[in-house]
Design a protein around this ligand. Structure first.
Ligand code: 2P0
Length: 329
């Protein structure tokens, strides 16, 4: 048997995925567009073995139990089905992402696992098939198979719901600054939050329709050289997504006071001439989209006015295999 270690970088959506059309197949209600980041990634090693009687999963060196292992096991079932085999696996992940802090750790986690597990099972999946497999682990993981900017096509079935890279005008030279407002695990997971929104928020149908159109607009904007257009679309998509949760029943929000403080600071910076726009995921942390030309000036202002740690990111690479080892059966 071979053990395969793969690395995948996290991605931040510029047009958000928020809500499923089909939870079993992990089909989203709308297409989404993202930027893969260079600074945050997950390394995952997968080894199938006839000696194992159950799947095992360790995260950052800590052996996991219960629901965490069951989720990985269900994902591996897809790989076993595709490879037509029934071996159990040892899965070891190391996260270079603040886990569950709204920095999309499940995206890099399941993208790395999809690549490592499929190769370890002897599969040579083509690119769309690999993004579809990652999608089964976590929707946003489909977008972490590729580097740079990526679109995840909503699709209407398993075959048509896949991700692919999109052309970005080099003149845009995008950068993203991650601001950690709170590193503690969030109370409402993305999965639970989006399910509640779909079920109870009257804003949801309007969201899904607008987000689908915005994804196509973002693809066009990324091909152009108007950063303002890209930034405005991204900030608006995030705020529209968060508006759906405020209208859910019961209502909820991922915002914390520090989230709004960062948002308002960026709006003030923009009024003073700095091209910077915010995006916020299913957590309190804020990411600031800007360009290479202005990233130092934006980071300087953030450091001056906020006490929160920041990380400056550039577009990151596609998922890749780091190592293949032959191991004893
Ligand atoms: C996104 N998020 O587009 C959106 C914006 C969070 C807010 O994708 O249930 O962990 O595993 O498909 O991918 C987070 O949701 O959810 C997410 P599942 P996932 O990045």
């Amino acid at each position: 048997m071979i053990a395969v270690t793969a690395r995948a970088h996290t991605n931040i959506a510029l047009i958000k995925y928020w809500g499923k059309a089909d939870a079993a197949l992990m089909l989203p209600a709308n297409s989404s567009v993202s930027l893969t980041l260079d600074q945050f990634y997950t390394d995952t090693r997968v080894a199938f073995s006839p000696q194992l009687t159950a799947d095992t999963f360790s995260l950052d060196g800590v052996l996991q139990t219960g629901a965490a292992v069951a989720k990985v096991s269900r994902f591996l079932d897809h790989v076993r089905d595709m490879a037509d085999m029934d071996l159990r696996a040892q899965v070891q992940s190391v996260n270079h992402v603040p886990t569950a802090a709204g920095l999309a750790s499940s995206a890099s986690a399941y993208a790395a696992m999809a690549l490592a597990a499929s190769r370890a099972a002897g599969l040579q999946l083509d690119h769309p098939a690999l993004t579809r497999l990652a999608r089964r682990g976590s929707g946003s993981a489909s977008r972490s198979i590729d580097g740079g900017c990526v679109i995840w096509h909503r699709g209407i079935d398993d075959e048509s719901s896949f991700a692919e890279p999109i052309a970005v005008n080099p003149a845009l030279d995008l950068r993203m600054i991650a601001i950690v407002i709170n590193h503690h695990a969030k109370k409402v997971s993305s999965r639970a939050g989006m399910a509640e929104t779909v079920a109870t928020s009257p804003f949801f149908p309007a969201w899904a329709q607008t987000a689908e159109a915005n994804s196509q607009e973002m693809v066009a904007a990324l091909a152009g050289d108007d950063f303002k257009l890209v930034g405005e679309l991204a900030e608006r998509s995030a705020l529209m997504m968060h508006a759906t949760t405020l209208a859910a029943n019961p209502p909820f929000t991922y915002f914390q006071p520090g989230t709004l403080a960062a948002l308002q600071l960026v709006q003030t910076m923009r009024a003073q001439g700095l091209p910077a726009y915010t995006t916020i995921d299913a957590g309190p942390n804020v990411k600031v989209l800007t360009t290479a030309e202005y990233v130092d000036a934006v980071a300087d202002q953030l450091a001056r006015h906020l006490d929160n740690p920041i990380t400056i990111c550039a577009p990151g690479p596609a998922a890749r295999v780091l190592q293949e080892e032959t191991v004893d059966d």
